[in-house]
Design a protein around this ligand. Structure first.
Ligand SMILES: Cc1ncc(COP(=O)(O)O)c(C=O)c1O
Length: 464
C-alpha cells in the first residue's frame, strides 16, 4: 500500500516553527525533518510516500495499530455529543464509565481513578497524593520518594525529580527536594560480587539484592521521611530491565515494613505491552497506585490516569478534605470515549492473549541477532525489548562518547530508518535499541524487524 505524497513539503516549516521534543534542533538545519503523514496497521508512511515498520508503536502508544476507524468514529461521536466538560466537581458519562472499567481491570482494591492528560502528570499526581495522604493520616514528615537509577518518569518538575537520569535533570536544577535513587534491575551488568567466576548471576539472589538496596535507601533517608517508591514493572530507560524472580514480592514486603507506598509506574507497561492490562498482573504484585497513559487510547487521543487504592483514598473521602489537584483536560470526554472503544478492541480481539501467545516467538527472533559481534544482550518481556550494543561481548565493554556520537547517533538511528524501521537507538544508560511494536504484530513483523536490524547493525559494526 502506498500513501499519496503530501502536497506541501513540511520539512522546512517544521524546522522553522515546530520545536521538536528532546530534539537536537541543529541536526535539522541542513537535513530534512522526517515527516510522517499516515499510518495503517503496523506501518507508517512519510510525506515522500516511503513506508516504515513502526517498531515502537509511535512511542509505546499505538497498541491496537494505526488506522482504526472505530476509534476515530468514537472520537467524532463524542465530540458531537459533548466535546468538553471538566471533571472538576462534575462528571460526564464517559469518564465515569472509563473510571469504573479501569478500576475493574486494576488489581486488588485499586478502585479510584484520577485522570490527567499524560504519564508525567499521572506520576506528579501520585507523588502529590502520597504526600497529602500522609499529612492527612498524621505522618506529615513522610514526603520523600525512592526511585531507580536511569529510570524515566516524565518531565514535570516533580516527575523529573523522580527520574534517575542526571543528564536530563541538570539543566533544571534545583528540582523538587526529597528524591533518592537505588539500583535498577540490570542483571546484565550485575555487580561483580554477585557474579560467579563463569560470568553467571543467580537471578533470585540478584533480585533480593536489588530489592534490599531499595530498603537500604529507605533506611538511610529514615522511613519516617519516605512516602513512596516509584518503579516500573519493566524499566524502560536503560533498555528494558525485567524484574528478577521474587523482586516485586520482596519490594512489597519492604514497603509494608516501612509504611511506604508502592507506586507502579505503568505509563509504558499497562494496556497489553506485557500481555496483561497492567504490568503488576504480569509479575503478581499489588501496588498502592498505578500510573498509566499512552496505550489506554492507543494514542488516538491523549489521556493519563493514576489509579489509587481504597485505603489511600479513604481519608480524602471524609469531611472537608479535598485533594487539591487537577487538570483542565484530565478525563477529557473525547479521550475517555476513545479509551473505552480501544479497550473494547482489546477484549474483542484478545490483544493481551495475542501478546502472551507470541512474546516468546518475538524474543526468540530477536535472540537470533546474538550472533552479531555488536549485540551484547537481548532482554525484555511481552512486546517490549531492548538490545544492548557492546564493543566487546566478552568483557561487555561499552562504546565511548565519541563512538556513541558517531555510530549510534551519526549512523545507526538514520540507517534503521532508511532501511524501513522506525525504532529507537537510546543511550540514556548503555547504548540500546528499543522495540515495542503495536500489539497486533505477528511473526512476519518480528522477522522484518530482525532482518532490518541485522543489516543495520552489521553496517554499524563496520564503522567502529
Ligand atoms: C515510565 C514512564 N513514566 C512517565 C512517562 C511520562 O509520560 P508522558 O510523556 O506522557 O508525560 C513516561 C514516558 O515515556 C514513562 O515511560
Amino acid at each position: 500500500m502506498t500513501a499519496e505524497p503530501a502536497q506541501k513539503d513540511l520539512s522546512k516549516t517544521a524546522y522553522d516553527h515546530l520545536w521538536m521534543h528532546f530534539t537536537r534542533m541543529s541536526s535539522y538545519e541542513n537535513s530534512p525533518v522526517p515527516t510522517i503523514v499516515k499510518g495503517e496497521g503496523t506501518y507508517v508512511w512519510d510525506d515522500k510516500g516511503r513506508k516504515y515498520l513502526d517498531g515502537l508503536a509511535g512511542l509505546f502508544v499505538v497498541q491496537a495499530g494505526h488506522g482504526r476507524e472505530e476509534l476515530a468514529e468514537a472520537a467524532a461521536k463524542q465530540a458531537k455529543e459533548l466535546a468538553f466538560f471538566p471533571v472538576w466537581s462534575y462528571a460526564h458519562p464517559k469518564a465515569v464509565e472509563l473510571a469504573e472499567r479501569l478500576a475493574n481491570y486494576a488489581p486488588g482494591d485499586l478502585n479510584k481513578v484520577f485522570f490527567s492528560t499524560g504519564g508525567g502528570e499521572a506520576v506528579e499526581t501520585a507523588w502529590k497524593l502520597a504526600k497529602q495522604y500522609f499529612k492527612l493520616t498524621g505522618k506529615p514528615t513522610k514526603y520523600k520518594v525512592i526511585s531507580r537509577a536511569v529510570a524515566y518518569h516524565g518531565t514535570p518538575q516533580g516527575a523529573l525529580s523522580i527520574t534517575g537520569l542526571p543528564g536530563l535533570k541538570a539543566p533544571f536544577e534545583p528540582l523538587v527536594p526529597g528524591t533518592h535513587k537505588a539500583p535498577n534491575t540490570n542483571i546484565y551488568r550485575a555487580p561483580s560480587f554477585l557474579t560467579a567466576p563463569d560470568g553467571t548471576v543467580d537471578p533470585e539472589a540478584y533480585g533480593r539484592w536489588a530489592a534490599d538496596e531499595i530498603e537500604q535507601a529507605i533506611l538511610f533517608e529514615g522511613p519516617e521521611t519516605v512516602a513512596a517508591v516509584f518503579v516500573e514493572p519493566v524499566q524502560n530507560a536503560g533498555g528494558c530491565f525485567p524484574p528478577p524472580p521474587g523482586y516485586f514480592q520482596r519490594l512489597r514486603e519492604i514497603c509494608d515494613r516501612h509504611d511506604v507506598l508502592l507506586v507502579s509506574d505503568e505509563v509504558i507497561c499497562a494496556f497489553g505491552r506485557l500481555g496483561t492490562m497492567f504490568g503488576a498482573d504480569k509479575f503478581g504484585y499489588q501496588p498502592d497506585m498505578i500510573t498509566c497513559a499512552k496505550g489506554m487510547t492507543s494514542g488516538y487521543s491523549p489521556i493519563g490516569a493514576t489509579i489509587i487504592s481504597d485505603r489511600l483514598a479513604e481519608p480524602f473521602y471524609k469531611g472537608d478534605n479535598t485533594f487539591l489537584h487537577g487538570y483542565t483536560f484530565g478525563g477529557h470526554p473525547v479521550s475517555s470515549a476513545v479509551a473505552l472503544a480501544n479497550l473494547d478492541i482489546f477484549e474483542r480481539e484478545g490483544l493481551n492473549q495475542h501478546v502472551l501467545d507470541n512474546e516468546s516467538a518475538f524474543l526468540g527472533t530477536l535472540n537470533k541477532l546474538r550472533d552479531l559481534p555488536i549485540v551484547g544482550d537481548v532482554r525484555g518481556n511481552g512486546y517490549f525489548y531492548g538490545i544492548e550494543l557492546v564493543k566487546d561481548k566478552v568483557t561487555k565493554e561499552s562504546f565511548n562518547d565519541e563512538e556513541v556520537e558517531r555510530v549510534l547517533y551519526g549512523f545507526l538511528s538514520k540507517a534503521l530508518f532508511d532501511n524501513g524501521l522506525y525504532c529507537r537507538a537510546d543511550d540514556r544508560g548503555d547504548p540500546v535499541i528499543q522495540l515495542a511494536p503495536p500489539l497486533i504484530s505477528d511473526q512476519s513483523t518480528f522477522d522484518e524487524i530482525e532482518q532490518i536490524l541485522r543489516t543495520s547493525l552489521t553496517d554499524a559494526w563496520a564503522k567502529i
